[in-house]
Every structure is written in structure tokens, then in C-alpha cells.
Design a protein around this ligand. Structure first.
Ligand code: SF4
Length: 682
């Protein structure tokens, strides 16, 4: 090829929320390679998913190219007019017959902010309900709720650079960073090589745990006890920051009383760890001048996930480590734009920028801006939508870029819910397992075919740029939403993604200063960014917490909803692995990645394997009260005796057939990380 036939388009990785910058190399209208580009989080690095899993899927022959309507149980190709007219008439009919709250929409945390903004606007203006959510519900909704309650803002407090370059100690809880956020993982390893001490709290011997100075191999589901134990030791040793507590927080007396009961020995028994190691960890963290808490789904995906998150802020406030460089409470968000989907108001409780959907002044602000009457009734979370659908209360559902039949816990109950829904629309890149249930399927655009922005885990808004054209009859997702809104009586149109961001900025104080113009000039902006020359906010809660005083939430340890017993004696914990991303809709279409990793497995402790007569790589059957599957056993010491681990990446053994849909009281996040199973040789 001649040089002039090649172009490089700088964009943001579509996988995890690290937000690595990358160049898509385009030849003759196709992406042929991906290379790292300098960005604040990645400094030119990419992991295997970014480098090899970001382009094959864009041009995959499996991509949907035409709208499809199901007739007599089979999908038939349809025109856009036929598909959108049918959706408009069915949704209008259901709304009239059963009321607006019989409709719901799930937005896509892999899609840009602009798509998410317009999706929630569509649900609120033409479906006339607050039943809108995104997959943060099943990963970090506990973070959004928990950090909002304790600090006033449900987001990472510091920056990736800050927490990986400044600290003397890192306290990493429930995060397999090297596999789930590999570029952050490599920065942590670099910090370790430069002398930073690592305390890793994880039920598994992950690569990071192996490198840790202290590894607390905690029993899954005991985070609150662990946190209270750490606080007990800090207070007993007189290492709490009395001045900070007095000046900047409230609720200390109550939490002090509670944690007094969590002696190291009691906590060691609950968490099945060594009391002296717990003591050493607490003192090491408290004494360090700069020490961030970094956490992930090992904290959030529990029936007590929100209390687990609030326990992380309790620890950090106790030692005055919020609002300072090299410190803070730092959730690593999962999907590339799960932060942004929440920021854009794809939440039943919040309009864009976490403006509360139950506040009359917020409702009237959006009514005035959008020129409609808006619902003030409480919306349902996505997990509650499935419960309501099983009860016959949800009749119409619009799913944009999510595959809940694979990703949600207890596949059986999601299956029943989808069968119960009268009219299901799925807007997707591929024919997914959820799309197979749809009445209408609409072919959307991939990240490489559109303009927009993603917000990464550190609240940094970064550009997504179009590299290649749409194929067949694929349309931009925002155009599909606007067309449907227009057909349902609310004329909607945007000339560009930049116009959508301008509307977001007008209506959302924390995004008030963000525009494509600034981002394309090379500015790097983290919200809150409230006016046109605001520099953005790398570290939050510096002078004052977003809620005023930081709040010590009085968290008490409660066991997981389902624990091993005689019938199901082994605890199953679930998570991610390096090579694949969630349902593998994208990474599973990379031949190179599939050669390395293409099938499911369960990690079992060697002592359990001996008792059960199971050898390494044997086929095993796994049962829970909700389902069963067959997979390959990986026998070793990675998990403790009586525990096991699976991912949900692989259709030949999706852990979500087994997991428990028990929900957290605050955020309604399910308990993916603990359920009871039995294993036998196949
Ligand atoms: Fe993409 Fe995350 Fe890998 Fe970076 S670390 S290249 S954002 S998957």
C-alpha cells in the first residue's frame, strides 16, 4: 500500500475503564492494526485486549447490518421504517394499556456519553418513565451509592497517575488489577519495583497477590469485618487522624463504638486470615504519608456491597487520607464507559450529573429544557426490572448494547423474565443470546464508527473518533433514538455528537466546561469541570467533601446471602481474566486471543480435589440451587480449601447459571461473588 492510503485515528480503548489512548491504523477503509498512543493513563502502553481485541470485531462478518423483525418465531430482514414504526406503535400501545412504568430501557456502558445521554432522554421523554439503568447496576452501583453517601460523589477520588506514582503503600482490595485493568496493573508493579509496599486483600493468589508485601487471603463476603478490624487496630494504636476527623467528618463516635467489637482475633476468624498479618497491614497503611485504597468488584458485588464500599471510605477518613495526593478511595470501574453511562443519567434515581430524579427543582429544570412533562415516580433498577417482569409488571423493554441473559446472575430467572415481556427491542452489534429473545433487533454502530466521548475510571472525559464507515444499513445509535423519539411524538435531532455534549454541558453542572472543542485542542479534563475555562478536578474533596462533612457509615458485618452447607459445600467466587472482556462479544472475535483462551474452567483447591477424586484438567459437573454446568477443573492453591473460582466469559460454562441474584439493600447490586455449589467428576 502507498503511504497515503493509510490513516491513523486516535481514539480511546473500548474495553476496560482505564481509558488507554490508541491509534487505529486504517487501510482502504478497514482497521488493520492498533498501536498505543500517549495518554494520561497509559503513556503509550496497551494490554492484549486493547492491542489485539479492538479491531477484528468491528469488521466481523457476524455484525448485524439490517433491522430484523421476528415473525412466527423467525427473524426477517426489515426496513428501518418498518422496524421503527413497529417499535413506536407497540411501545405507545403498551404505555396506554399498562401505564408508562410498564416500559423500561437499559443503556450501554460500552457506548459513548452522547449515546447514553440521548438514550435516557428517550426513556424519560417518550416512554415517560424513570425505568432506565445501565450495567453499572451489576458491577459498581454500590460504588455510586456508597461513595455518594459517605463522600457526596460516587466516583474515584484521585487520578491513575497520582495513585501509582506518589504512594509509599497501596491497599488493594478485591481487585485483580493485572488481569482486569492490565495497564493500571503494570503501573502498580512499576511502583512496587520503585519501593512502594503492596497490601493485597484478595481471596485468590493473583499475580498481584504473589508480589504483595502482605497478602490477606480473605474469605469472600467478609469485607466489612475486614475493614472494621483494620479500623479497630488503627484506633487501638492511636494512629487515627484526630484533627481531620474533628474538622472534616461526622459519625465518628458511632463507628468507633462499632469497630471496638472487631478485635483482630475475631476478624481473623471471620475472614480466615492471620491476626498478626491484619495488624501489620493496618499499621503499614496508617503510618504511610501517601497510601491510596484501590478497590474493585471484590468489594462491590455482594449483598452488602454498598456497606463494603462505605467501609473503604471509613478506613481512609479515619487516617485523613481523602483529599490528598497519593491517597483517596479509588474504585476501578469495569467497562470503558460505565462511569459515563452513570454520569449521563442512565440511572433510575438520577438525571445527568447525579441530579436527583425525585427533586422537584431538578424535574422542572429538565422539563423546561426538554419541553415535556416528566415522570416523578421512582424508577426501577435493571435487577428490579427482571423481578417486575417475572411478576408481569414490565411489558416493554428496550435493551441497548447489553446481554443480560449472559451477564446477570441466575440466568434462569432472566430467561423467565425475558419470556414474560410482551415486546422486546435489542439494539446491538451482534446477534447475542439476549437478542435472540427480541421482537425487533436494530443494528447499531461500534466505537470505531462514531464520534463521541468516554469517561474513564478517573472521571477523565476522552474522545472517541470515527475511523471507519458504517456498513450495510447500520445507523448511529443516537440517530436511531432520535428517529424513534420523533415517531413517538417528540421531534428530536442533533447535527453532531458535539452538539449533544453541548446540551449535556448546559444541563449538567459537573460537565459545564466540557466541550469537543476543548478536548480536540488537547485539553485533558476530569469532572467536575464547571465552566468554560475550568481546568478540571484531578483530586476531589480537597478542602471540603462534596457532601460537606465526610460521613462515617456505621457498617456492621453480615454474612453473604447464601453460604456453603452440607448439600452445596463449596463457596463459588466469580471474576474476570486477562484475555477476555465480559461476554466476549468483542474479544471472542479476535482469532489470536481465541487461540490462547477459548473455554471455561473452575479453579479448585487441591485438598478439595483430592477428596472429590478430581485431577487437574479433569472435566467436572458443577451444581448450585439455580443451575448446573460442565467445565474443566484447574486444581491448585490459587483458591483456599472450600472455595472455588469461575469467570462468566465462556458460553460452554457460564458461571451465571450458578450465581445468586440476592440484592444489596442500597444499590440493588447482585451477589456475584458468593454462592454455594457442589462439584463432582463428570
Ligand atoms: Fe484497553 Fe483497559 Fe487494556 Fe488499556 S488496560 S488497553 S483500556 S483493556
Amino acid at each position: 500500500y502507498r503511504v497515503w492510503e493509510t490513516k491513523k485515528v486516535t481514539t480511546t480503548c473500548p474495553h476496560c475503564a482505564t481509558g488507554c489512548q490508541m491509534n487505529l491504523i486504517v487501510k482502504k477503509g478497514k482497521i488493520v492494526a492498533v498501536e498505543g498512543a500517549p495518554g494520561p493513563a497509559n503513556e503509550g502502553q496497551l494490554c492484549v485486549k486493547g492491542r489485539f481485541g479492538s479491531h477484528d470485531f468491528v469488521h466481523s462478518p457476524d455484525r448485524l447490518k439490517h433491522p430484523l423483525i421476528k415473525k412466527n418465531g423467525k427473524f426477517e430482514q426489515a426496513t428501518w421504517d418498518e422496524a421503527l414504526d413497529l417499535i413506536a406503535s407497540k411501545m405507545t400501545e403498551l404505555k396506554k394499556k399498562y401505564g408508562p412504568n410498564s416500559l423500561a430501557g437499559f443503556s450501554c456502558s460500552r457506548a459513548p456519553n452522547e449515546d447514553n445521554y440521548v438514550m435516557q432522554k428517550m426513556v424519560r421523554t417518550v416512554f415517560e418513565t424513570n425505568n432506565v439503568d445501565n450495567c453499572a447496576r451489576v458491577c459498581h452501583s454500590a460504588t455510586v451509592a456508597g461513595l455518594a453517601i459517605t463522600l457526596g460523589s460516587g466516583a474515584m477520588t484521585n487520578t491513575i497517575k497520582d495513585i501509582t506514582e506518589e504512594p509509599e503503600v497501596m491497599l488493594i482490595v478485591g481487585s485483580n488489577t493485572t488481569e482486569a485493568h492490565p495497564v493500571i496493573g503494570s503501573r502498580i508493579r512499576r511502583a512496587k519495583q520503585n519501593g512502594c509496599k503492596l497490601i493485597v486483600v484478595d481471596p485468590r493468589e493473583t499475580t498481584l497477590a504473589e508480589e504483595a508485601d502482605i497478602h490477606l487471603k480473605i474469605r469472600p463476603g467478609t469485607n466489612v469485618a475486614f475493614a472494621n478490624g483494620i479500623m479497630n487496630i488503627i484506633i487501638s494504636e492511636g494512629l487515627e487522624d484526630k484533627e481531620y476527623i474533628a474538622a472534616r467528618t461526622e459519625g465518628y463516635d458511632e463507628i468507633k463504638k462499632i469497630v471496638a467489637e472487631y478485635t483482630p482475633e475475631k476478624v481473623a476468624a471471620i475472614c480466615r486470615i492471620d491476626a498478626d498479618a491484619l495488624r501489620e497491614a493496618a499499621i503499614m497503611y496508617a503510618k504511610a504519608e501517601k497510601a491510596p485504597i484501590i478497590y474493585c468488584l471484590g468489594v462491590t458485588e455482594h449483598s452488602t456491597g454498598t456497606e463494603g464500599v462505605m467501609s473503604m471510605s471509613n478506613i481512609a477518613m479515619l487516617v485523613g487520607k481523602i483529599g490528598k495526593a497519593g491517597c483517596g478511595v479509588n474504585p476501578l470501574r469495569g467497562q470503558n464507559n460505565v462511569q459515563g453511562a452513570c454520569d449521563m443519567g442512565c440511572l433510575p434515581t438520577d438525571f445527568p450529573g447525579y441530579q436527583k430524579a425525585n427533586k422537584p427543582e431538578v424535574i422542572s429544570k429538565f422539563e423546561k429544557a426538554w419541553g415535556v412533562s416528566l415522570s416523578s415516580s421512582k424508577g426501577l433498577t435493571s435487577t428490579e426490572v427482571f423481578v417486575a417482569a417475572n411478576e408481569g409488571k414490565i411489558k416493554g423493554l428496550y435493551i441497548f448494547g447489553e446481554d443480560p441473559i449472559v451477564t446477570d446472575p441466575d440466568t434462569g430467572h432472566v430467561n423467565n423474565a425475558l419470556n414474560n415481556i410482551e415486546f422486546l427491542v435489542v439494539q446491538e452489534l451482534f446477534m447475542t443470546e439476549t437478542a435472540a429473545y427480541a421482537d425487533v433487533i436494530l443494528p447499531g454502530a461500534s466505537y470505531a464508527q462514531k464520534e463521541g466521548t468516554f469517561s474513564n475510571t478517573e472521571r477523565r472525559v476522552q474522545r472517541v473518533r470515527k475511523a471507519v464507515e458504517l456498513e450495510g444499513e447500520q445507523r448511529l445509535d443516537t440517530d436511531i433514538f432520535c428517529d424513534l423519539m420523533t415517531r413517538m411524538g417528540y421531534p428530536a435531532h442533533y447535527d453532531s455528537a458535539s452538539d449533544i455534549m453541548d446540551e449535556v454541558a448546559r444541563l449538567t453542572p459537573s460537565f459545564g466546561g466540557i466541550s469537543f472543542e476543548r478536548l480536540d485542542r488537547g485539553e485533558s479534563l476530569q469532572w467536575p469541570c464547571t465552566y468554560s475555562d475550568h481546568p478540571g478536578t484531578p483530586i476531589m474533596h480537597c478542602e471540603v467533601f462534596s457532601r460537606g462533612l465526610g460521613y462515617f457509615y456505621p457498617a456492621v458485618y453480615k454474612p453473604a446471602a447464601e453460604l456453603p452447607d452440607e448439600e452445596y459445600p463449596i463457596l463459588l467466587n466469580t471474576g474476570r481474566m486477562l484475555y477476555h472482556y465480559n461476554t466476549r462479544a468483542m474479544t471472542g472475535r479476535s482469532p489470536g486471543i481465541n487461540i490462547i483462551s477459548n473455554s471455561s474452567y473452575i479453579e479448585i483447591n487441591y485438598k478439595d480435589a483430592q477428596k472429590l477424586g478430581i485431577g487437574n484438567h479433569d472435566r467436572v459437573k458443577v451444581y448450585s440451587r439455580r443451575g448446573e454446568l460442565e467445565t474443566e477443573a484447574l486444581v491448585g492453591r490459587k483458591v483456599n480449601e472450600g472455595e472455588s473460582f469461575m469467570t462468566f466469559h465462556f458460553p460452554d460454562g457460564n458461571a451465571n447459571k450458578l450465581t445468586n441474584a440476592a440484592l444489596d439493600e442500597f444499590a440493588r447490586i447482585p451477589e456475584y461473588k458468593v454462592c454455594a455449589i457442589k462439584i463432582e467428576k463428570a
